[in-house]
Design a protein around this ligand. Structure first.
Ligand code: NAP
Length: 286
């Protein structure tokens, strides 16, 4: 078969467009209420990747005119001390969104910490109440990475309605909620994972493939249906230590219809959707 060239879905450009829209909304909120939306990011420990993510979020806030506060805590912090910090920010009327950067230092139950955040300030959309709302089709916030994926597909003109969508990965952060959002868009959704039999056959029937397994360049062209839209969520490192995705981009680009690059695909969209949620929270708080 003749090789074709895929559409490269530019997540950086779309994220910039969304951030510009968010900045306009922030100006409107400030002029109406005299109050600036505010995001509080809590980070515990010394995880270098987490520090980079937190810096990116802070920079995005600055660009959008959102006030941001970063609380850096020692890796030896206890669950109770972290609860105290969250409780204070829950009660602080100047704070619209609270985000606890994951992973947390060992020994702290992330689920308990997430559940401590007031649902109306849970801009990551990880709290069970907000997750439940997403799954019942009545969301307040949308989960950032999954919502970014839907935006990327729409931006690229990919029809989700009726499409055979295969999500590989079933984490609470990506796999499960992206399946829920694709279903809400009338996609026919299959979720695959490490116990799935004959993965190539399953993904080979996907009109839309979402790869979210955390394995560098795992998906080669044998996994792809010709013409499929491929969304690469992975943030992995190749043999040379360079950032790459779960999809072997160079191998797949000649066969798929559209593809998100890494970097420059899903990553920037996650941060843009976080900014959107923070503005949504500010509107709720008035
Ligand atoms: P995770 O919690 O480690 O989950 C990985 C999932 O992949 C699991 O469900 C696992 O199956 C499945 N899996 C692993 N190996 C597999 C295989 N060989 N075949 C089929 N399924 C397999 O990961 P995550 O938090 O969802 O993140 C996934 C990737 O996305 C990572 O690279 C992460 O860095 C990246 N990420 C990017 C963003 C962004 O903004 N771009 C945001 C979040 C995450 P089991 O459940 O059976 O173990």
């Amino acid at each position: 078969m003749e090789d074709r060239q895929a559409v490269i879905i530019d997540g950086k450009a779309l994220a910039l467009k969304i951030r510009t829209e968010v900045a306009a909304e922030v100006s409107e909120i400030v002029s109406k209420t005299g109050r600036r939306p505010k995001l509080c990011v809590i980070i515990a420990g010394d995880n270098q990747a987490s520090k980079v993510y937190v810096r990116n979020k802070k920079k995005a806030c600055e660009d959008c005119g959102i006030e941001s506060e970063t609380i850096e805590l020692d890796g030896s912090i206890t669950k109770e001390e972290l609860f105290d910090v969250i409780d204070r920010k829950n009660a602080d009327k100047s704070v619209d969104g609270i985000l606890v950067q994951l992973p947390l230092p060992g020994g702290i139950d992330e689920k308990e910490i997430i559940a401590r955040i007031a649902p109306d300030k849970d801009v990551d959309c990880f709290h069970p109440v907000n997750v439940g709302r997403v799954f019942t089709g009545d969301p307040v916030f949308l989960p950032c990475t999954p919502a970014g994926i839907i935006e990327l597909l729409k931006y690229a003109g990919v029809t989700i309605k009726g499409a055979n969508c295969v999500v590989v990965g079933r984490s609470n952060i990506v796999g499960k909620p992206v399946g829920a959002l694709l279903l809400a868009e009338d996609g026919t959704v299959t979720t695959a994972h490490s116990k799935t039999k004959d993965l190539k056959k399953v993904t080979g029937e996907a009109d839309i493939l979402v790869a979210a397994i955390g394995k560098a360049k795992f998906f080669t062209k044998e996994y792809i249906k010709p013409g499929a839209a491929v969304i690469d969520v992975g943030m992995d490192r190749d043999e040379e230590g360079r950032l790459c995705g779960d999809v072997d981009f160079d191998d797949v680009v000649g066969i798929c219809g559209a593809i998100t690059p890494v970097p420059g695909g899903v990553g920037p969209m996650t941060v843009a959707m976080l900014m959107k949620n923070t503005v949504k929270a500010a509107r709720i708080h008035g």
